[in-house]
Design a protein around this ligand. Structure first.
Ligand code: A2P
Length: 328
């Protein structure tokens, strides 16, 4: 029997600051706007997280052990004065610790200074050698990533399911998973990922993965929704034009486009004014035509770009990045 933990995407409820939350089994619900903390350096992330929660009304912080800033994120959450239970916190299991997931989680909990996470994700579907030459990204003598041969993603998922049973995380999911890897977990039966966090923006709309996930009740989260650092997408004439029509910002248009599809957005910023503006700007009433226009932007303009491409050295299974045929 498939133990369904699928989410109903139809029923929405509202949380603080007027941000909608999607029901996510076992949790308080996942606010559809969260603050991304990838590339938010220690020294800056504290102000960012504290002001996001206290001043801008964010109730969702997306982090990861790999970002190297969880201690500061935890301090900022406490300093915000908002009770822990009202904040949705996501962490991620690093590739180098797939076989030691419980230990990795405990470290994140200690760094964040909390007894539980709302959501824990497998950061990438590739396992790296836990006994290698670096705790984060071990490499081989030739400089390539030191893949943990013999350890499977199915084994990693089992570690995640065991963690869920401890109650230290309220929900589990994955990140950077193509359909190929999602199907591997599906074949296991049992508890399935509730969330898949992937890069999505108009240069990389990932319609196939989004459709697949949503057909299975897996909530999709978009990282780099604005097109990452110094984003060229914010200056795209088509986007600027739509923004002008609504008296909105390009960032508002990009976030609203994703929200219109029930995709959770995780805009990253360390700038308090932008942090505040992103949550208020994400309410542009885009028309069906405008949504379609942005949906087809990449294809029409022949602009396909993925901003985050760590050199894994193995196929990831995305259409644009190491496509893998299904193993039937
Ligand atoms: P900063 O952190 O210096 O404020 P993404 O979420 O797609 O990864 O984008 C993050 C990048 O976009 C960061 O460089 C961030 O800069 C910048 N950014 C965040 N919000 C806005 C905004 N409203 N307008 C312009 N740039 C933004």
């Amino acid at each position: 029997m498939l133990l369904s933990n699928h989410n109903s995407l139809s029923s929405l409820h509202v949380t603080m600051a007027g941000v909608k939350a999607l029901p996510l089994k076992g949790t308080i619900g996942i606010p559809t706007i969260g603050l991304g903390t990838w590339q938010s350096p220690p020294g800056q992330v504290r102000t960012a997280v504290e002001s996001a929660i206290r001043d801008a009304g964010y109730r969702h912080i997306d982090g990861a052990w790999m970002y190297g800033n969880e201690k500061e994120v935890g301090e900022a959450i406490r300093a915000s004065g908002v009770p822990r239970e009202e904040i949705f916190i996501t962490g991620k299991l690093p590739s180098s610790r797939h076989s030691k997931a419980a230990e990795a989680l405990n470290e994140s909990l200690a760094d964040l200074g909390t007894s539980y996470l709302d959501l824990y994700l497998i950061h990438w579907p590739v396992s790296l050698n836990p006994y290698g030459n670096d705790p984060k990204v071990p490499t081989r003598p030739d400089g390539t990533r030191d893949i943990f041969e013999g350890w499977t993603i199915e084994q990693t998922w089992k570690e995640m399911v065991d963690i869920l049973a401890t109650g230290k995380v309220k929900a589990i999911g994955v990140s950077n998973f193509s359909i190929h890897f999602l199907k591997k977990l599906e074949k296991l039966g049992g508890i399935q990922p509730q969330v898949n966090q992937i890069e999505i923006h108009p240069y990389l709309p990932q319609h196939d993965v989004v459709e697949y996930c949503q057909s299975k009740g897996i909530i999709v989260e978009a990282y780099s929704p604005l097109g990452s650092t110094a984003s060229p997408i914010l200056e795209e004439p088509e986007i600027v034009e739509i923004a002008k029509k609504h008296g909105a910002s390009s960032a508002g248009v990009l976030l609203s486009w994703l929200l219109s599809k029930d995709i959770v957005v995780l805009p990253k910023s360390v700038t308090p004014a932008r942090i505040a503006s992103n949550i208020t700007a994400a309410k542009v009433p885009l028309t069906a035509e405008e949504i379609k226009q942005i949906d087809t932007f990449s294809e029409r303009n022949n602009k396909l770009k993925r901003f985050g491409t760590p050199p894994w050295g193995v196929p990831l299974g995305f259409k644009d990045w190491g496509f893998l045929p299904d193993e039937e």
